[in-house]
Design a binder for this molecule. Structure first.
Ligand code: ZN
Length: 280
């Protein structure tokens, strides 16, 4: 009887010992798996920190803002937006969580249908006025917002437009991009193909050399172009062309005929944000 009981006891002890050591192993496996999972998550997080771009199913549409002078209005000219209004508008964008795009980022949005933030905007200023640096730049700096200035290559006079020296200095700034607005600001809609080709190619070459960059955007003077302009722009080496066609920009505009939102003077924060939402 005692012998039988002893055998049973030994069996029970042996079973418990075996079971608990087994459980230990499986616990270890569990913790190891958990640790691995956390490690994976951490690595993934690092990746997303590096690149927060997100792909979308629906075509991405976003405003490309068009400014000219940032200065007190002269003779009711709608090309002027006072510094105070510009500041209010940039602040509204900033406070609403808008991310300002560089030309390269705009190209990525339009070609890959992905964006770095829920709300995006591309701020452009045409003609290369000195007041852009005097009046707009301090505001962009303060809010850490990017903008693109479109330069007329043969009109860099230092009077109201920036000089070569100014442009070279500005180009070191990571918030500002300088792109082409042709050689002489002629109407490309009525230009002969040879003239248009020259205006597009020579201004790109000039900026490329002056600024040691690959100029990638052409801004058509007065936003005008004809059926052959997009092809000429592409052949000249540009990646994007921007117009004055009203509305939000999207890939379906065509990469060389992108809509822009004209900002004239006289907007308050509310009317400006409506403009941003609707594109016109
Ligand atoms: Zn212009």
């Amino acid at each position: 009887m005692v012998a039988v009981l002893s055998i049973v006891l030994i069996a029970v002890l042996a079973y418990r010992f075996f079971y608990s050591s087994n459980k230990q192993t499986s616990d270890n496996n569990f913790f190891e798996a958990k640790e691995q999972q956390n490690k994976d998550k951490k690595e993934k997080k690092k990746e997303t920190d590096k690149d927060t771009w997100k792909k979308y199913d629906d075509e991405i549409k976003f405003p490309i803002l068009m400014y000219h002078h940032i200065s007190e209005v002269v003779d009711g000219n709608t090309l002027f937006v006072p510094q105070k209004e510009f500041e209010e508008q940039m602040k509204s964008l900033h406070d609403a969580g808008y991310y300002t795009l560089s030309p390269e980022e705009a190209y990525r949005v339009l070609t890959k249908n992905e964006k770095p933030a829920e709300k995006i905007v591309w701020v452009t200023l045409d003609d290369g006025y000195v007041d852009n640096m005097k009046n707009a730049k301090p505001i962009l700096d303060k809010l850490n917002m990017k903008a693109t200035i479109n330069i007329i290559f043969n009109m860099k006079d230092g009077v109201d437009k920036m000089t070569d020296d100014m442009l070279q200095e500005i180009n070191k700034d990571k918030l500002i991009s300088l792109e082409s607005h042709t050689m002489d600001h002629i109407d490309l809609q009525y230009a002969t193909p040879d003239t248009a080709k020259y205006q597009l190619e020579a201004s790109k070459k000039g900026l490329d050399e002056l600024l040691k960059q690959d100029t990638s955007v052409i801004c058509y003077p007065s936003g005008r172009y004809n059926d052959s302009t997009p092809e000429l722009a592409k052949n000249a080496g540009y990646k994007l062309g921007i117009t004055t066609n009203p509305g939000l920009a999207s890939a379906s505009n065509g990469l060389y005929t992108l809509n822009r939102v004209r900002v004239a003077y006289g907007n308050n924060a509310q009317s400006f944000m409506n403009l941003i939402d609707q594109g016109q």
